[in-house]
Design a protein around this ligand. Structure first.
Ligand SMILES: Nc1ncnc2c1ncn2[C@@H]1O[C@H](COP(=O)(O)OP(=O)(O)OP(=O)(O)O)[C@@H](O)[C@H]1O
Ligand SMILES: [Mg+2]
Length: 226
């Protein structure tokens, strides 16, 4: 796959005596959304954390943009996460003291933008995710679905090459979940970001271009998503 942005071969990770990954492979191209499915405890989040350079695997190789993740220092991996990766988790994880616009601007500020420039760049993302009217509210004043839209805006605002989403709609009802998925995948395709989408839900996985299944720490390709 010549356009692959992120690939992994033979990933193994054991926590104590619990094998979380037992030889997992992965590959994703620019602009592609891949759903990572599989039962609880099968290793999906561990795979995502390894791919994002948050957890170091015990064995196996991860390549991002021609670089071996394991060859980078901790500082280099954090810099890579800040500038080239975006993250969406199940429960938003917005900073409660900051307004929605400040939350979306935060990763831009961490990569050196001024407050004014970061907020100017953040606003179109709130508009795109249909929550611009909530810009000056704090996370405690908005709904879960609105919060996930702000979290997606925050993940995309730095123009990441890869978005890692772990059950991004897991806490939403199906209508809200589907809209968030639509907005996430549309925005990612428009910006050519790759999306690694961990989900239990086949309706969420249907938004992906392709599915893989993780079972007992092994990955299996499922071809094109339904
Ligand atoms: N930090 C950790 N310390 C110890 N064990 C862990 C840790 N993280 C994961 N595990 C174990 O590794 C295995 C895989 O966990 P992982 O979180 O990757 O599963 P998952 O597929 O994401 O599950 P879920 O769908 O419930 O989120 C499980 O047996 C889990 O208990
Ligand atoms: Mg998980």
């Amino acid at each position: 796959m010549s356009s692959a942005v992120l690939t992994a071969v033979g990933l193994r990770k054991t926590y104590g005596t619990t094998p979380a990954l037992a030889g997992a492979d992965f590959g994703i191209s620019a602009g592609e959304t891949v759903a990572v499915m599989g039962p609880s405890g099968s290793g999906k989040s561990t795979l995502l954390h390894c791919l994002a350079g948050i957890v170091l695997p015990d064995a196996g190789t991860i390549m991002y943009g021609g670089r071996k993740l394991s060859a980078l220092s901790d500082a280099e991996r954090s810099a890579l996460r800040r500038s080239e990766f975006g993250f969406v988790f199940q429960f938003g994880q917005l900073v409660p003291e900051l307004t929605c616009i400040e939350n979306v601007a935060l990763p831009l500020r961490l990569t050196g933008h001024s407050r004014r420039a970061a907020e100017r760049a953040a606003m179109p993302w709130l508009e795109r995710l249909e929550v611009a009217d909530l810009a000056n509210k704090r996370p405690g004043e908005i709904s879960g679905g609105q919060g996930q839209r702000v979290a997606v805006a925050r993940a995309l605002a730095t123009a990441p090459r890869v978005v890692f989403a772990d059950e991004p709609t897991g806490a939403l009802d199906s209508l809200n979940g589907e809209r968030v998925m639509e907005l996430l995948t549309d925005a990612a395709r428009a910006t050519k970001a790759a999306v690694v989408l961990v989900t239990h839900d086949p309706r969420v996985a249907a938004y992906a271009d392709r599915e893989i299944v993780v079972r007992d720490g092994h990955t299996r390709s499922m071809g094109a998503a339904a």
